[in-house]
Design a binder for this molecule. Sequence first.
Ligand SMILES: Nc1ncnc2c1ncn2[C@@H]1O[C@H](COP(=O)(O)OP(=O)(O)OP(=O)(O)O)[C@@H](O)[C@H]1O
Length: 224
Amino acid sequence: MNNANAIASAKDVWKSFDQGRVTVLQGASLSVRPGEIVALWGASGSGKSTLLHLLGGLDTPDRGELQVCGLDPRNERDRLILRRQHLGYVFQLHNLIPDLTVAENLRVPALAIGRDTSDTEARLRSLAESVGLSHRLAHRIQDLSGGERQRTAICRALMNSPKVLLADEPTGSLDEKTGETVFALLRTLAERDKIAVILATHERRFAEACHRIFRVRDGQLSPL
Ligand SMILES: Nc1ncnc2c1ncn2[C@@H]1O[C@H](COP(=O)(O)OP(=O)(O)OP(=O)(O)O)[C@@H](O)[C@H]1O
């Protein structure tokens, strides 16, 4: 693929932990276009989360190049812009604030960038509607089902209209049917809103339902 069309890319990325004793990524490369959902598929411990963390600027590589929305996640200033405006994260454990309501959780990212209140309210209502959560906006997270929590987490990740969504085993804590619903939602959002979704999963069936699969093995990524 022509890297010029990539909204996110990694080139020959290396990452080790424990003063180099554990080498996880050994020349990993990928590129992702807007509107596609791409799977990082591999066994537990293969380095899927590590790569997502590097792309999201949550950690830095030992070497190699990274690009997300034309910015460099290795650079502190770019990282801040990426986190606030261009990137959304969805994790296996949703990381929502349990005592707050769905609507209150969704306001958090908008508050962080000082978004206008009426704009925020319109956005959260439209997102909640698109994932079937309109009737839950006033409910606290702790009173929701696992699937509803994960759908809330997806909405929260989308509040600031990111161009790239990093999803780390987002279906991992859900039962089979709910997992499928959440996955289908991510795929629809990618296609409808032209968001690039990078999905880490060890489940082959979800990987196969993505537009493209990168197998993560021996520290490298190979397209399947
Ligand atoms: N901060 C860290 N310090 C030391 N080792 C780490 C650290 N983060 C990750 N690792 C190790 O790197 C390897 C890859 O971890 P990573 O979480 O990226 O794998 P994964 O493919 O996402 O696995 P899973 O599917 O189980 O989440 C593992 O062996 C893990 O123990």
